[in-house]
Design a binder for this molecule. Sequence first.
Ligand code: IVH
Length: 728
Amino acid sequence: MKREQAKTRHARLVEEIRKHDHAYYVLAQPVISDQEYDRLYHELLDLEKDFPKLATPDSPSQRVGGAPLSEFQSVRHAVPMMSLDNTYSQEEVRDFVKRVQKLLPDEKLEWVVEPKVDGVAVSLRYENGVLAVGATRGDGTTGDDITANLKTIRSVPLTLVGTRSTASPTSKIRDAVESVPTVLEVRGEVFLPLVGFEKLNAERKSAGEEMFANPRNAAAGSLKQLDPKIVAKRPLDILLYGIGTPASGTARLGLLPEHAVPEAGAPQSQVELLNFLKSLGFKTPERTWFCKSEDELLAAIAKLDTVRKNFAYETDGAVIKLNSFEQQRHVGATAKAPRWAIAYKYAPEQAETRLHKITIQVGRTGALTPVAELEPVFLAGSTISRATLHNEDYIREKDIRIGDTVVIEKAGEVIPAVVSVVLKKRSGGEKKFHFPKTCPECGAKVSRSNQRAADILSADLDEKSGTASETLAARSEDEYAIWRCVNPDCPAQIRGRLEHWCSRGAMDIEGGGEALAALLVKSNLVRDVADLYELKLEAVVALERMGKKSAKNFLDALAASKARDLWRLLFGLGILHVGAGVAKSLARHFPTLDNIFAASAEQLTEAEDIGEVIAQSLVNWHGEARNQKLIERLRAAGLNFKSELYQPAAEAGPLAGKTFVLTGTLPTLKREEAAAKIETLGGKVSGSVSKKTDFVLAGDEAGSKLDKAQKLGVKIISEAEFLKMSGG
Ligand code: IVH
């Protein structure tokens, strides 16, 4: 075949496959058989083998082409990815409507209700109709570049569909591109359908791997993989519901909050946006409701609650959005969330089942947590056979007895809990539970002390669950008496510490889950986290159910973990009150681990968000000889003690303490460049103007932010002025 001919055929195949992917993965209406599809796909691969130049990034063959990365690059979002405020009752929804109405007096309000998909927020950037960058939300301003991973999701279009149809088949692609925006950032949620989640966990269980707590964690864990080939094996899916802003080029959509020049044909409302996204080939929520009154809104929320149980994925609420973009712009946003939208969280699902037995789990801080062993019951997407009973007092207060029929609930969708007893169903044969007076793991003494339940939950129950455990913790402000095993060499505590060290939130050592931690401790190979770095391949291979390949992978992962940023190590040590957030604050304020441990409690509190309790806990921890020894052994093993987050400029920079808002197009600096400059020089960039804003850096076509700055009397500066104050 000639080059020209190959090119034409290739373009035709790409378009065909794109159409079939769309039909199958987005619309769930396949038009050809799997065999026919495979034939097209293999023809494409063959052509690309003969003419490698045809394998451009938008070719379907490139969905799994990527080589493993060593780390993710950072991407700054053209417009910050915001979150949503939550409501939990009809009352709060009515209040929300009132608040919006107050900001738009006399205007008629219309609403869209969408399912709140319980997944991972991502942003997809298309340039000239081709997927260029896919990123995680990150901190809202900057996320990880996970393009290769997102490309593996078949419902993510690699190229956008042009709405215009064309006569000549060969010019189809080019024409399609011409009818879509030059730059388009779309936003949505990546999720793992329930069926895929169950299957994945079953596979992991049989491989002796750590299971995911819920579909959201599984989706998040998958997207974090550096090897797109692993991601390609996870049946991830995506729904798109929002839009960022074209950062450059013609703002064809007229959607920029500040470049608000509506263009004919561009979506002017959420309803139009969803249709627009659909027309470009994106998968959008399957059910949405358009509401013209508060009552319709509440009815839609109730309706969604009944239908969402049949969705293929988990939802944890409804998202209510003001329909008109004009009105959205008018209402604006706070620093974190839009004022024109809100999430309504459904009450956690409950189920009744029998409590067979109560066992005791010993966490990494020695806390004894009673666990209910239940008759397996299906609840909110998975089968539950264990639930937490929190502590001794909880069991007594609720009078929970062995043999009872109990109500369980998935709070935050992660750790199920027993919430009450169904007294009606008591037969009289139920038995009271007696809390053990010694550690069930090591037989050591247990001592009882008061502690906020929140501390225990966040410290012991699971670091794996991320935000969900924070939700749980936030709800448990009460003080509870906690029994703790006093033996620091208790195998359960050692296992817990190892598992925590290896967890994704801490040192992120793949393979170092519950199962391996247990084997390592049982075989006496490891007593503390420093021992991990002295492990020899032969010893690991000799462990039960450990293949040579997994053993090698684990040792490689350990070796790679030596270079992790300081905050991960600090968090991984599991010091009381030192969560990931605290560890990051410390790592921003101090350049090295030695500086942190050399600091007095008072000096520690100089770091942002570090109070006396945390500071004292750090000082106490380091005061113990065994902990000092541990640190020295980690140093000797070659672990990184230097902080990459440390920002000396943040204290000394010429823009220290100043908050900037960027708006409009600057003459020379790109928005990202200006923002990066501000941050390196110690300033902060915020997405919206408030009284706390020090400067609004305004360029051409600045819109509502400029108006607001003028209204509030915030200083407005040009790029030239900005460059002068930042030293050129
Ligand atoms: S709109 C500025 N719509 O919920 C508006 N978010 O709690 C931001 N989410 O970060 C989001 N389904 O990850 C929106 N239909 C939906 C959503 C949705 C799920 C997630 C999203 C967001 C989080 C906020």
